[in-house]
Design a protein around this ligand. Structure first.
Ligand SMILES: *Cc1c(COP(=O)(O)O)cnc(C)c1O
Length: 377
């Protein structure tokens, strides 16, 4: 909770749920990344929070952008960044969209198989491509393990095809899993990247870039290491595997850039029990749930800190659920959430660390409930 958000909530009372973003925190986060990895370019992962104010601020600060669709590319261009600061980092793209990105000036693309290379060679001739390799996501609270990337042994074949089709075989990328709490997890992926660099050199093709992905955590209930610790661990791993020939590197922070910049103010709609059996859990229903921004509570993966006006009172375990008529709209049940016994209908609660992966996960109008509103200050 920052002073600016506290003051905003105090003076600008309104019906929620609403997400307040403090741009000063985003600026601090950007500077922390730039300081912790001084030789690495920052490509903000736009999907984490594409608010125009955030994209404009990051453009001014010198950031580049990792995008996943034409929509995101256009948002970045509208924020004032030039196309040479954009990577089309989704490995799954329609060929038409590759052509549209190319028309707008984008020249950097992710691939993880030969069919995607062929699309790019046709629709974006001469562009740079990097090959994403699989990473098991161990240690991450929101792993991205199987869907993107090929096994490291396959990457040289993919990159060699790119070279043969007139593209620039630019480098290798990976993502160690989102909310990665272990800074040492970059080490193994960098060992794979270095061996791909060596294999390609033997084939006469010189790679130049390693995309270190995202994964930098934000603080939820548990403490996380500072960005500096990640910078040190990554630099040590680069040294260990690339020696004196450290390649150009980029990072793609999403959650770590905006997560702690946002707080959702929500309201308690109902507090109830489902029987007279005192061992049955109490249910607390908020006016926001899985379908209006808290999708990352899926499998109870992300546990947000929740503040109430009655903090300090005795706590009891509660099932925490959303307001819609879908029975999947329950945030915490397997591991109930401790909330004050005195919590009442109408109380406002603050859900912290919600600057990333919330507004864009909010449905438009499910059950006639409007999506999460965002206010950037
Ligand atoms: C989502 C995503 C990111 C951002 O990940 P965080 O864990 O939020 O930092 C970075 N790169 C790619 C390719 C992504 O898909």
């Amino acid at each position: 909770m920052t002073d600016r958000i506290r003051e905003f909530l105090r003076t600008r009372r309104d019906e929620g749920p609403r997400l307040i973003i403090d741009l000063d925190v985003v600026r601090d986060n950007y500077n922390a990344f730039a300081g912790a990895l001084p030789d690495t370019r920052v490509f903000y992962a736009v999907k984490a929070n594409p608010a125009p104010e955030i994209l404009e601020l990051l453009t001014k600060l010198g950031s580049c952008f990792d995008t996943a669709s034409i929509g995101e590319i256009e948002m970045v261009l509208s924020a004032g960044a030039t196309a040479d600061r954009i990577s089309f980092g989704n490995t799954i793209k329609k060929e038409r969209d590759i052509a549209r990105a190319y028309e707008r000036g984008v020249r950097l693309f992710a691939v993880d198989c030969e069919a995607e290379v062929e699309k790019i060679a046709r629709a974006a001739p001469g562009s740079k491509v990097f090959c994403r390799i699989l990473c098991d996501g161990e240690g991450a609270e929101w792993p991205l393990s199987k869907k993107f990337g090929c096994v490291p042994e396959m990457a040289p074949r993919v990159l060699e095809l790119a070279h043969r089709l007139g593209l620039v075989a630019h480098g290798v990328s990976f993502h160690v899993g989102s909310q990665q709490r272990n800074p040492l997890m970059w080490n193994r992926a960098l060992a794979s990247a270095a061996s791909i660099f060596r294999e390609m050199a033997e084939r006469g093709i010189v790679l130049s870039m390693v995309n270190l992905g995202g994964g930098f955590p934000t603080k939820y209930l548990k403490d996380v290491p500072a960005v500096k610790a990640y910078g040190q661990a990554i630099f040590a791993a680069l040294r260990a595997h690339f020696g004196n020939r450290i390649p150009e590197t980029i990072i793609e922070p999403g959650r770590g850039m905006v997560g702690n910049a946002g707080i959702i103010e929500a309201e308690v709609v109902l507090v109830s029990n489902k029987s007279d059996d005192p061992s049955d859990l109490r249910w607390v229903y908020l006016d926001i749930g899985k379908f209006h921004g808290l999708a990352e509570t899926m499998d109870e993966a992300i546990r947000y800190p929740i503040r109430t006006p009655r903090d300090g009172d005795d706590l009891i375990p509660c099932v925490l659920a959303g307001p819609t008529c879908d029975s999947a709209d329950v945030m915490y049940e397997k591991e109930p959430y401790l909330l004050p016994f005195s919590l009442e209908i109408g109380d406002k609660v603050l859900i912290e660390g919600t600057g990333a992966y919330t507004t864009t996960y909010s449905s438009q109008n499910f059950n006639g409930m409007t999506g999460l509103r965002q206010i950037v200050i």
